[in-house]
Design a protein around this ligand. Sequence first.
Ligand SMILES: [Mg+2]
Length: 342
Amino acid sequence: MRPINDVTMNLTEAQINIIKGVFYGQAIGDALGLGTEFMTKTQVNQVYPTGLKNYYEIIQDDHRKRWEIGDWTDDTDQFLCIVDAILENKEITELGFAKEIFNWFKGIPMGIGATTFKVLDMPQYVSHPQKAAEIVWKLHRKMIAANGAIMRTSILGLWEFWDNKKVIGNTKNICQSTHFDPRCVGSCVIITAIISNLMQGKKSLTNTEIINIAESYDERISEYILLTNEKEIEVLNLSDEKTVGYTLKALSAGLWTLNNSDSFEEGILAVIDEGGDADSNGAVAGSLLGAKFGYNSIPNRLKNGLIYKDILDKKIKLFIELLESKFNHPNQFQQTIPTNLF
Ligand SMILES: [Mg+2]
């Protein structure tokens, strides 16, 4: 962290490397993960006997050929809805986000998840997003906890990263704008807490610290965190049909890579090789790995192969400029120093 009176300096190179790493990690994990999305582990091994390592290797079946090679899916579209809401309003609110995601929904929202579809399809979603999400959750007897929020919210670990309380509040607000279940909120907050800690120059959170966060949201989260202590990714059973698309599966995939990978590439390829909801698992893992190892560590072929790389670069530039201006604002900065909620 910078000294409190030093309000005119820019973000450090290390922080820029994390920011770009989160944006690119998110998009790469999503775009490459599409290649094994909804496959079982056996199918992945059959289709990609030596593993999927490049966008051009993605099999063009009926599901995948809807996207161009190197395009990302709904996960990163919605991540960018959050970015656009921040850029437009210079803050993140549920109404700002609802407007952006609803505009995306009115287009051709390829890959949209069932929960997100039902919530966005509710009358008056744009004016009452959280109420719509709560109603859909209750209509499903509070049973649904899909990964539609965790797959997009890593960006909120960067925005106002210096203020733990705001990071938590922003994450909860945007999660509950589509996904109301406490397992969704807890898993999203864990992701953004890890990223904001890294931005603050601290180490990644330990599993014990992560479990402490988890327990404050829902007692069902911890067992998925404990699984990530295991060295073999197979214990996560990511392509299990009954739990594919579950928010805690995506959480475990992301945390496993942090605990068990020595590089961005090693971690992202391991998750994608497991199939299941691989683009969402890849988006979560990619943003965490991008934060931990940084943009500079990501192989050029994965960065340059994104066909909408120019859009990503433009958004990153605008986001960094806005974040620096918020970071350097004396009043904002002084208000936000003392929190330590993690
Ligand atoms: Mg997707």
